[in-house]
Design a protein around this ligand. Structure first.
Ligand code: PLP
Length: 373
């Protein structure tokens, strides 16, 4: 069987052996509905409570601050909904111009209901802090700034921004989508009211994630129905998913450094340096193992397809938009120079090996030269 060279870990990661076993075992042994009062129901309930306590450790939080969701898209949507209800008299939402669609589309949806959405410009030098500060007002209900950008790997100093926001007005709710931070850099916690994460971005199962809720947040449910998740999120719990998330979180907490991936990233970036290539946000703090690269005059989709023929899997833009041809909105927002605007994203994980990186570099160099010829 041919080896797969998987370099699209920001889209999703492969499930770890430990997580896979935990999920399989949960599916096998935890069959009762956690809301049922008989023994097998209570066993499921107790196991979920254990998992919740473990997931809370990722945020140095208490169990009651964790709400399980179907992933980060739901978490982001639910957080925005809740924040707007909690601050119901305020009608302005501030967010970075490079948020994932789970935040962006969700926020813009509320324009239909009279809200004003202001996007804070972002360049390769980071978020325009002055713009953020000058747009704060007593009408701002929510500020949403992601911890790590999914397309470029840029790490935003969210705690610093939120400190300034809170100094301006304590009532403004501060949300960060930390999906791409887990296992790669610290999750911002100070001055943060809400956090969204997703298990499949750090070797957990797909379709499970959670909301971290600040202690004094008056969370308003987005999904209504039964009284699961203390009434915060209705619907029978995804028990095996929750246990998979728990295991993925404990593996992240046990994991030691990411310096090897950093070295692979450096090697890759040095190699493509000779190819008239542009590395997006090269000099800005980025998480290890994420490179967004434009090759002058080369259409990213063609490059992705050519690499695919060699069983090397990379993406253009974010996973959800990779089916669409065109320039990614993040690349547009960052104002990347014209000949390099069609970019590919290469993203590694703790399972990426040196041999895989060497193969990628070799093939990438050959294909770029071949297309240019
Ligand atoms: N937020 C960011 C930054 C992401 O990268 C993604 C996934 O691509 C999401 C949210 C959506 O996560 P999920 O797939 O769990 O809905």
């Amino acid at each position: 069987m041919m080896h797969d060279y998987y370099f699209d870990n920001n889209a999703t990661t492969k499930i770890s052996t430990g997580v896979s076993k935990a999920v399989a075992s949960a599916n096998w042994y935890l069959t009762g509905n956690p809301s049922s009062i008989y023994t097998i129901g209570r066993e499921s309930r107790d196991r979920i409570d254990l998992a919740r306590a473990q997931v809370a450790k990722l945020f140095s939080a208490d169990s009651d601050q964790i709400i399980f969701t179907s992933g980060a898209t739901e978490a982001d949507n639910a957080i925005i909904h809740s924040a707007l209800l909690q601050n119901s008299k305020r009608k302005t939402i501030l967010l970075s111009a490079v948020e994932h669609p789970a935040v962006k589309k969700s926020a813009h949806f509320y324009e239909n209901w009279g809200y004003k959405v202001i996007e804070i410009p972002v360049s390769e030098h980071g978020l325009n802090e002055e713009f953020l500060m000058s747009n704060l007002s007593d009408d701002v209900a929510l500020v949403s700034i992601m911890a790590v950008n999914n397309e470029t790997g840029m790490i935003f100093p969210v705690e610093k921004y939120f400190k300034e926001v809170k100094e301006f007005n304590q009532q403004i709710i501060c949300h960060t989508d930390a999906v791409q931070a887990v296992g790669k850099t610290d999750i911002p916690l100070e001055n943060v009211d809400y956090i969204a994460i997703s298990a499949h971005k750090f070797h957990g199962p797909k379709g499970i994630g959670c909301i971290y809720k600040g202690k004094n947040m008056n969370f308003q449910p987005f999904i209504l129905g039964g009284s699961q998740e203390c009434g915060y999120r209705a619907g029978t719990e995804n028990i095996s998913g929750i246990i998979g998330l728990e295991k993925a979180c404990s593996e992240v907490l046990e994991q030691k450094g990411v310096s090897v991936i950093q070295e692979y990233q450096r090697k890759l970036e040095v190699s493509v340096g000779n190819l008239d290539a542009y590395i997006v946000a090269k000099n800005y703090p980025r998480v290890p193992g994420v490179c967004n690269i434009g090759f002058a005059g080369i259409e990213a989709n063609l490059l992705v397809l050519k690499l695919n023929q060699k069983r090397i899997f990379v993406s253009t833009g974010s996973a959800c938009s990779s089916q669409k041809i065109g320039i990614s909105p993040v690349i547009k927002a960052l104002n990347i120079p014209e000949p390099y605007r069609s970019t590919i994203r290469i993203s590694m994980s703790r399972y990426t090996t040196e041999e895989e990186v060497n193969y990628l570099i070799k093939q990438l160099m050959q294909i770029v030269e071949e297309i240019r010829r």
